[in-house]
Design a protein around this ligand. Structure first.
Ligand SMILES: [Zn+2]
Length: 392
């Protein structure tokens, strides 16, 4: 790894918090926009010229920003524009889902250069998953005629809460039997670059905040309705982490004290009602065999009464649980992601109905929106994590 790359990666993490916070704010701002003039940046960030100059110089020293000279118009001075420096290196994003692994190679300005997705059996352990991800990235880099020396860091999204400090999956149940110990240490054994790890729902929320529907709101709840049911709380544009790093786990809110056992070891969690496996199981009681997710989506599209019924019941329950969170956090919006949200966008209205019914009037303004970012959200958020490590 060249000295230049190390400056790019370690640079932000080495800065004192007083500089790191505005530096990442500026990078996140630029990552979501075309090149900006200094006047535009001062206006949107609310910074003085002195503050902006200090942070721009800092990032220029780290090789993370470039400045394009503008064209002269009339007698005025040409106005230059600042952007993230794509030549500062490349970033890897890895999303290890229940049944697939997605890998992205992106430039430091967050533009996606290559992407791959492969299925894998959901009972494999962390070493097999990380090795599979390594092989996928190897192949993408080879296709691009480059190698790991160009990579400034890898972000890894995992579909489970990660405990701060131990960097271990903190879920209980069966997953913890296969995923145990420090995930960052495991990543270091498989990936030849600095690695950063995070919960997939939180990283998806991070991606929405930077590049998607979350740009329009300072505070929002993000719900990932997928195989697992995840969530994230964003207040004043900061992701709430909680005391041990597991804030936002809406999927493990109890919705039925007599309900089914959950993979976390508790009973009657929201995930046992609204997770995709629960929906497929419900429909399998009606049809001669358990449908695949693809078959289930076809049933939904065709308006099959059983499929629509179980999905609408799930959204009603999600809506009631979300209403409780809205009363607690008073956000501007609820943003929906995950395969179930995309398969049944009408569910947004069911959640909205429950907010109107169960929330305080002071929350009448809360919007319910589909996320803008598709199934790549977790991997893209993992890319963002590499540059904002330690801040969000
Ligand atoms: Zn649970």
């Amino acid at each position: 790894m060249s000295q230049n790359r190390q400056i790019g990666v370690e640079f932000i993490a080495q800065q004192p918090l007083g500089l790191r916070t505005p530096a990442t704010a500026l990078m996140n701002h630029l990552a979501a926009r075309p090149p900006q003039t200094r006047a535009e940046l001062m206006d949107s960030l609310g910074w003085s010229r002195t503050t902006l100059s200090r942070i721009v110089s800092l990032l220029m020293d780290g090789g993370l920003l470039t400045e394009e000279p503008g064209e002269a118009h009339g007698r005025g001075r040409p106005v230059s524009r600042l952007s993230l420096n794509p030549a500062a290196g490349r970033v890897v994003g890895i999303d290890i889902g229940f049944r697939s692994i997605r890998t992205i190679i992106a430039a430091v300005d967050h533009s996606v250069l290559a992407i791959d997705e492969r299925p894998f059996a959901d009972e494999i352990g962390q070493d097999e998953a990380l090795e599979a991800a390594r092989e996928m990235v190897d192949a993408l880099l080879a296709e691009q005629g480059t190698d790991w020396a160009e990579i400034v860091g890898a972000g890894i999204a995992v579909g489970a809460p990660i405990e701060r400090g131990s960097n271990a999956v903190a879920l209980g149940g069966s997953l913890q039997l296969r995923w145990r110990g420090d995930l960052l240490k495991a990543a270091a054994e498989h990936l030849p670059c600095p690695s950063y790890i995070g919960n997939d729902s939180r990283l998806s929320a991070h991606a929405e905040m930077l590049w998607g529907a979350g740009r329009d709101f300072d505070s929002f709840l993000y719900l990932k309705l997928h195989s697992g049911t995840g969530g994230s709380v964003v207040l004043d544009r900061r992701i709430v982490t909680g005391s041990t790093g597991a804030a936002g786990e809406i999927g493990h809110v109890n919705v039925d004290p007599h309900g089914l056992m959950c993979r976390c070891g508790n009973r009657g969690c929201l995930e046992t009602v609204a997770g995709v496996p629960a929906l497929l199981h419900s429909v399998s009681l009606i049809y001669p065999h358990a449908p695949s997710w693809t078959e289930f989506r076809e049933l939904l599209t065709a308006g099959d009464a059983a499929a629509v019924g179980v999905v609408e019941d799930a959204f009603e329950t999600v809506g009631r649980a979300t209403a409780s969170l809205v009363n607690v956090f008073n956000p501007d919006a609820v943003i929906l992601g995950g395969a179930l949200s995309r398969a049944y966008p009408q569910g947004a209205q069911l959640i909205k109905n429950n907010l109107r019914r169960h929330c305080l009037p002071v929350n009448n303004h809360v919007e319910v929106r589909m996320g803008d970012i598709d199934r790549r959200a977790g991997a893209l958020g993992a890319v963002g994590l590499v540059l904002t490590h330690g801040v969000v």
